[in-house]
Design a protein around this ligand. Sequence first.
Ligand code: ATP
Ligand code: MG
Length: 421
Amino acid sequence: MKIQAINGFKDILPDNALLWQHIEQRARDIFQRFGMREIRVPIMEKTDLFVRSIGEATDVVEKEMYTFTEKSITMRPEATASIMRAFIEHGLHVQQPVLRLFTIGPMFRHERPQKGRQRQFHQLDAEIIGAQEPQVDAELIAMGQMLLDELNINTSLEINSLGCTVCRHPYRAKLVKYLEQHHDALCDDCKRRTHTNPLRVLDCKKSTCKALAKDAPSILDSLCENCNEHFSLVQQALQDLGISYTLNRFMVRGLDYYTQTTFEFLTSDLGAQAAVGAGGRYDGLIEQLGGPALPGIGFAMGIERIALLMEQKDDSNRLTQDIDCFIAALGQEASQPCAQLTHQLRLRGIKAAMDYSGRRLKAQMKQANRVHARFVLIVGEDELEQQKAVLRDMKTQEQHSFSLAGSISEQSERLMPLLCA
Ligand code: ATP
Ligand code: MG
């Protein structure tokens, strides 16, 4: 019986890993342009961290977490809570008033696996802690947009404001009243959510609930003066940066900690999995977790969804992992000096490869092509005797004679400029 991977957990095979490296490198590059510094947090946390931050009555906490009940620990379903935990635990705010952090890694949610939806999935996560200015919201959104643009991914940006504790309470009451009036038309989940987490009803995918949500009161009509002003300044700042967006008056997010600005980068190319990335402001979260009263804003993007979109467009095919020099050692005699030469080249930073089989030239050239070798150095037994090898440029097919005189180290030294030309 063959053992297979767990349902919803996927291998990322070498060809695909190239695409992942490309995405991650682009993300690191762009995040660093915005002054973000990397933080790496553990994959498991105390369950309570997620209950207290994400919220007890959310889908994530209610249904999706991988929790080891005897130990009360949970595989992280997202990164924000862990980053805030680390931020508080290490007193990072003492270093700097505003901290910009990012992390990249696997998250775990027990959901029904589908295209673009897995149980282990990966996020690019960015957070700005300690700044409340609306320009910061716009800057963070612009960073997400820049990444998607540079990866050539088409998304539309939707934004909303969820208000603060001042405006959310009266709004919640209005919404509950509306939902109670339409109680019979709601799905069973939403009947229950009406009192546990009414905002989530606005996000229900069932058609009857969707229809009801259209006429529900919007938080945007209930924003307090402060939140209203903040939200219009966010929009102004987005326009200043040339970021286009649409208002989605009913966007709520699946995590309870959001306040004020929320946003989603959406695609229509992944079926039911519409969100490529999403985020928002979480001004009360750090304090709620026992830290200082500092505001924060962040987003997370799903790497699987980004990778799928790039594969669908064939944008992944151009990526190859090239070898600078393949050394074709023909015959057993050639094997030992070639292995030494390969090692010397590697010491000098060259991506070098050979195989020890002593196979015929044709088979080795095939292998050289397979690994995308830029140059092939052909060393046969005759060549060894005459201290002369052939260097073939695989792009131009030109061949040059290369002298094998002197020590291996001297040979590699002479080879370097030819390979790096
Ligand atoms: P969805 O509505 O698709 O379930 P979400 O609102 O639960 O998304 P977030 O918690 O905001 O997602 O996570 C941010 C991003 O992480 C999503 O936009 C998506 O790209 C990705 N993501 C979330 N859950 C999964 C999953 N199970 N598999 C793959 N990617 C995911
Ligand atoms: Mg979800």
